[in-house]
Design a protein around this ligand. Structure first.
Ligand SMILES: O=C(O)c1ccc[n+]([C@@H]2O[C@H](COP(=O)([O-])O)[C@@H](O)[C@H]2O)c1
Ligand SMILES: Cc1cc2nc[nH]c2cc1C
Length: 352
């Protein structure tokens, strides 16, 4: 018996008539045609998503989803598990990279705890969903029960709904979870059918034998779950993180709400791949901010036919790469909306 899930409904499509009109306007602006490069396509894509001639990015919401990972007991991270919870406190206190960037660019920051080993964090400014006390070790058993995976997807969807209801024009998804590059790598390997060796990377800083051990743990997990990994929902439930499932739900939910998404780095792109596999119609709503230094990110971006805007060697997560790319999107909109046309400025246009 098959079950119908919310993300299986038809999703809206961006209105390409607005993209076409935006392309026509770009030809009339006082610059050689095409000279703003990718900024021109960005403005057109946002115009199509927002169904308006003058795309706006005043209200941007960054949702950072946090969760702990049982696989950390295998020794797959350079940092202790306690850092997930303490960084969440740092986000709330304003001292983390994403806190600074959200403040710098006037973006709203929402913090969501999906499940920490130490229980609810009880911090003001954090939504404490605490679906389970961190995932189970996916090298030994499924990361989470199906109901928990569904609840995490729904939690992400509800964040997108809340952002849309508040009038936000763009959603940035961020994550915090010690051990989650192992989860992202396992998901990428399962969904792309690529060897772990091509996708595994240092995460927070593993090198040498420790990195080889991380690869072996992920391979062991994939061998354990192999036959049961039938599709993206199985993969999320068995290999995923709570925050990765929530991100996938947020991306699908954003598409449902006709809201564009700016995807961050390695882990968020793995979540984006899960979302696109759950419903390919969410793909046109996704923009990609940067290429992470995590080596497996390239394969994920290629699979999604994504061209990220920046390549700064960042590998932080939190939504930080997307927050750094936000002013580029804002410049694309400002130029599109406010530059004079050749006719308005009395400047001679291109020779026919
Ligand atoms: O977003 C990325 O590209 C990225 C690449 C490497 C590490 N991270 C962050 O580092 C943490 C996971 O690293 P690890 O080594 O504990 O698996 C997690 O909190 C992520 O936000 C993030
Ligand atoms: C300090 C620290 C900050 C982070 N932010 C996202 N992932 C992180 C991992 C660590 C270790």
């Amino acid at each position: 018996m098959s079950t119908d899930y919310w993300w299986q409904q038809a999703l809206p499509v961006p209105d390409m008539a607005f993209a076409e009109a935006a392309g026509q306007r770009q030809l009339q602006l006082t610059k050689p045609p095409g000279s703003l490069g990718q900024l021109e396509q960005l403005a057109a894509q946002l115009a199509a998503c927002q169904r308006r001639r003058d795309p706006q990015l005043q209200r941007v919401r960054i949702c950072v989803f946090a969760g702990d990972h049982g696989v950390v007991e295998e020794g797959v991270s350079a940092f202790p598990q306690s850092v997930t919870a303490s960084m969440l406190a740092n986000f709330a206190a304003g001292g983390a990279a994403i806190s600074v960037l959200a403040d710098q660019w006037g973006a709203e920051l929402r913090l969501v705890n999906l499940g920490l080993v130490g229980g609810p964090c009880g911090l003001p400014g954090v939504e404490d969903l605490q679906l389970m006390p961190g995932t189970d070790n996916f090298a030994e058993q499924p990361a989470m029960p199906l109901e928990v995976c569904l609840a995490a997807l729904q939690a992400g969807r509800e964040q997108a709904q809340a952002a849309a209801a508040a009038g936000c024009q763009l959603l940035i998804g961020g994550e915090m979870g010690i051990g989650n590059t192992s989860s992202a790598c396992a998901l990428a390997s399962a969904l792309l059918q690529l060897p772990v060796a091509e996708l595994v990377g240092p995460g927070t800083g593993l090198q040498g034998a420790a990195l080889a051990h991380k690869a072996a743990v992920i391979e062991r997990a994939l061998a354990l779950h192999g036959p049961a990994l039938q599709g993206p929902l199985d993969a999320l439930q068995r290999l995923g993180g709570l925050e990765i499932a929530a991100l996938a739900g947020a991306f699908l939910g954003a598409a449902e709400q006709r809201m564009a998404v700016l995807v961050d780095g390695y882990i968020t792109t793995a979540a984006a791949l899960c979302a696109v596999r759950l419903n390919p119609q969410c793909r046109p709503w996704l923009l990609f901010s940067h290429r992470s230094a995590e080596p497996g990110h390239v394969a994920l971006l290629q699979a999604l036919q994504a061209q990220p805007l920046l390549d700064l060697g960042m590998r932080l997560g939190e939504g930080s790469g997307a927050a750094v790319a936000l002013p580029i999107l804002r410049s694309a909109c400002a130029l599109h909306n406010r530059m004079a046309t050749f006719a308005e400025a009395g400047v001679a246009g291109p020779d026919a």
